[in-house]
Design a protein around this ligand. Sequence first.
Ligand code: WQD
Length: 336
Amino acid sequence: MKNILVTGGLGFIGSHTVVELQNAGFHVIIIDNLSNSKIEVLNNIEEITSKKPQFFNIDLRNKEDVKHFFNTNSIDGIIHFAASKAVGESVNKPLEYYENNINSLVYILQEMKTHTISNFIFSSSCTVYGQADELPITENSPIKPAESPYGNTKQIGEEIIRDTCKADNLSAISLRYFNPIGAHESIKIGELPIGVPQNLIPYITQTALGIREQLSVFGDDYDTPDGTAIRDYIHVVDLAKAHIAALERLLNKKNKENFEFFNVGTGKGNSVLEIIQKFETATNVKLNYKITNRRAGDVTAAFADVSKIQKELNWKNEKTLNEALISAWEWQKSVK
Ligand code: WQD
């Protein structure tokens, strides 16, 4: 049984990926420092799969702790989610973002080299494209200057991985996520934003539940059919399954380059107002919202060309936007 290390494995995307890894027969070891996740998620994962992942509460900024972990655990592959990811926060705390997101990555790559672990999957983001010149966005779309330190850490991270794979003959895949939403069908794991949600869907579900007074729609003066910004919203379980497909490619040595990258989305875009309308229809809940000014750093539209991941990894999304929105609502109602 292959041992797969999942850093940030108690987080939103990480926990859903751990479930799919266990379902696919892998032995999962989680490293998480609980800075943006809850230890209860470990039991929730076990409730879903009847298998409790091994868990280590390690801060990946601690080089000695990272070294000790790899000296005492045999790892066949790594999926690296652990990172700070709030775009707005990163503008105010750049050095915290560079220390956490870059140092941690370097320490893990150093151990991969020491222990010749050659299967690495990096959690990246469509943010690296900024406002793409052409839509849908392909992997050949130019990488634009990052609009935030968070986005810059993803760009720099990919460059560090590319250089390392070339120099040390390692193999890695970077998955560039579009907008992950929803929750596992068991409603035992889902998104747990700490404080005021930054992302649209948790803000919608908290408003629908009355936790938030009103949703602000950040701008309706974009160059889109209804004036609100367009994004590619992908069910988090579909996104999790893309990691299994990427891991199988690496483990079976099917990758054609040392470093490959893939967009992970549905290939379809929806505006904020469309999302609100679909949420209201799917849940029969009227949403209280108002139009406000644009949010700094937001792009007009971003949705993926998914032909490369479909062809190379034989993966495509299976769940509908409706399923994602309903699961997000069911999850919100279940969270205490
Ligand atoms: C979606 C749309 C907002 C909140 C970010 C990161 C990206 C990835 C996903 C990590 C935008 C609008 C939002 C609100 C709103 N994260 N909105 N009112 O900004 O596309 O992507 O999260 O990998 O890297 O950049 O997602 O959910 O914040 O916003 O109108 O209260 O909803 O303007 O158009 P975003 P989001």
